[in-house]
Structures are given as C-alpha cells and as structure tokens.
Design a binder for this molecule. Structure first.
Ligand code: ASP
Length: 319
C-alpha cells in the first residue's frame, strides 16, 4: 500500500472509532504474518492516531526507535489526553509530573521520572539513552538535562485538568484515569523498539513515580524475542516486573497472549486488595503475534500494519 493511501486510512480510522464500535469479538494471539513489513502496537484505543504517525514514520523507511518517539509525541501534545503529557491530570498538589521510558533493539534504554514542565518526556528519555551513560534521570536533574538540550519549559496544566483537580480536592473522589501510552514497533529491518509515556495516576501523592519509567516493569523489548508494555495501576506492575516477565516467558516459547495472561494472574494471586485496580499488558513477538490481557474489563489496544489501523477489546481475568 502506498504511504499516502495508508495515511488517509489512518486519518479516518484514527480519530473516528468509538469504544462502542469496537469489534465485539476479541482477537487473541492474532498473527499478523511472518513479519516482513512494519507493525505498531499500543495501549488504549485513543492512541490510534499515534499509531498512524508511527506507521507513517516506518513507511518513510525510518527505524522503530524513530517511530516510537514520533508516535508517542502525538499523545504527549494532545491536551484532551488527561493521562499523558500536556493536559495530563496533576498530582495531589496540583503539579503535573511525567514519567517515560524508551528501549531499542540493541538493548539500550533511557527513562525520565518526575519530570515537570517539559512537553515531550519520551524525547528526553531517548536523549538520556543516547547522550549519557545513564538509564534514568529524575526530577530537577531530568529537567536541567532537558533544558540544556534545547527543550522548552512549558506550563502543562490545562484549564480542564486544573478544574478536575479542584473538583477532586472538594469531593476527594478519584476519576478512573489511567490511559498511559505504551507502544512497540517493528521496522522493515525486523528491529523492535518500545516506549511508554504518562502523567501517572491522577492526583497521586507529590513525588510518586509509577511503573512507566522502570525498565522491565512497564516496558521491555528484546530483539531476539519481542516486547511487552503495561498500563494500569503501576504499583502492581512494579512489584511483579510484568513486562520483563512476559518477554522472558515468550523467550521460553510461550505465546504473547499466554504470557500476558500469566503476568496478570501473578498480580491476581498477589493477595493484594484489587478494588479499583486494573493492570493491562500488550505483548508483541518478533513474528508479529500480538497478545493482550487485563485484570478487569474495558482495556483496549491498537494494532497497525501498512494495511490497517484498528483497536481491539482485550479479554480480562476478573469477569
Ligand atoms: N501505569 C501508570 C502509572 O501507574 C498509569 C497509567 O497506566 O495510566 O503511573
């Protein structure tokens, strides 16, 4: 398919699919062929637009790392996404703090935690990976590094997010807000990369860092096997290192679907109170097989090939 045609399709399906219109029949362990073409997979249906951007980058012949960065930047700059970047809901003190991570097919990784006033934490994470000998920078240090590398300081708290925070302070009632973007892509050279970006749980304690910047928790890729990303209540992912677990199970021969189920079951059997908790995983094998599973209902994920850009409902454990 020509790039222009793909982008046209992407633009139509990208913004237009409502949850109610999703296919009712789940697809599990769907194999999208023995991969000789690019593929992009991400968490949550609203990220179809980000997948379309990532696919556009891949079809230009760029690598999976470029696709991940450019794709995730779309979500980070969208003020209507209240869980990522600009427009993200703030913490309990009314401050937007961001976590992000990125990993390439060579096993390089970079991340930022508790970053403030920088619109694109995924790009800062990439720079940490490429320009420093470290994996993670946090807080003021991460911000200083970003500013020194040409990033602008910006106010990320939108009126809408501020109003939601004021309302929360009055009623102390939390919205169900966890729509972190986790994305994986395989490029034409069969190389996988992945990334995650979030503003974290809405109205979290000031200083809280979630799973998203922790390599092995919310993100892990290995070019010999495939990758996994998570979304949901990060504390439950951090305690079980779900993405690393999934990739290691796939390495042993488990399908992406079964590996996601195993990681969710691990959380289920952890004897923790699971009220108001969800944990969701998407996995992608190097052969183009996609798996997804969550603890509770309503998790959706996106799969994009040069021919199609669609979201699917995930199966879940606690029926
Ligand atoms: N996993 C994220 C966190 O705990 C939240 C989310 O998925 O939206 O920070």
């Amino acid at each position: 398919m020509k790039r222009r045609n793909f982008i046209k399709t992407g633009a139509v399906t990208g913004g237009g699919i409502l949850l109610g219109q999703l296919p009712t029949k789940n697809i599990f362990s769907k194999t999208f062929a023995n991969i000789s073409y690019p593929i992009v997979v991400s968490t949550w249906e609203p990220n179809l637009n980000s997948n379309a951007k990532a696919m556009e980058v891949l079809l230009e012949g760029k690598n999976s790392l470029d696709a991940i960065e450019q794709g995730i930047r779309v979500t980070e700059s969208n003020p209507d996404d209240t869980s990522v970047g600009y427009g993200g809901f703030p913490d309990a003190d009314g401050i937007v703090t961001l976590d992000a991570s990125i990993m390439d097919w060579k096993g390089n990784a970079g991340s930022v935690a508790f970053l403030q006033n920088i619109m694109h934490p995924i790009s800062v994470a990439r720079l940490v990976m490429e320009k420093t000998k470290h994996v993670m920078l946090a807080g003021q240090g991460a911000k200083k590094f970003a500013l020194e590398n040409g990033f602008k300081e910006e106010n990320l708290l939108t009126k809408k997010a501020e109003a939601a925070w004021i309302e929360w302070k009055k009623k102390n009632k939390k919205p169900n807000n966890h729509d972190t973007i986790g994305m994986m892509a395989i490029d034409k050279n069969n190389n996988i990369s992945g990334g995650v970006s979030t503003s974290g749980m809405a109205f979290k304690l000031h200083g809280r860092v979630g799973d998203s910047p922790i390599i092995g928790a919310a993100l892990y890729v290995d070019n010999a096997v495939g990758g996994a990303v998570s979304t949901g209540n990060g504390e439950y992912v951090m305690r079980t290192l779900g993405s690393f677990l999934i990739v290691e199970k796939m390495r042993e021969g488990m399908s992406p679907q079964k590996a996601c189920e195993l990681a969710v079951e691990r959380v289920y059997r952890s004897n923790k109170n699971l009220d108001d908790v969800n944990v969701c995983y998407v996995a992608l094998s190097k052969s183009g097989e996609v798996g997804a599973y969550s603890l509770k209902k309503d998790f959706t994920y996106c799969v994009t090939t040069p021919q199609s850009n669609k979201s699917y409902k995930s199966d879940f454990l606690m029926k």
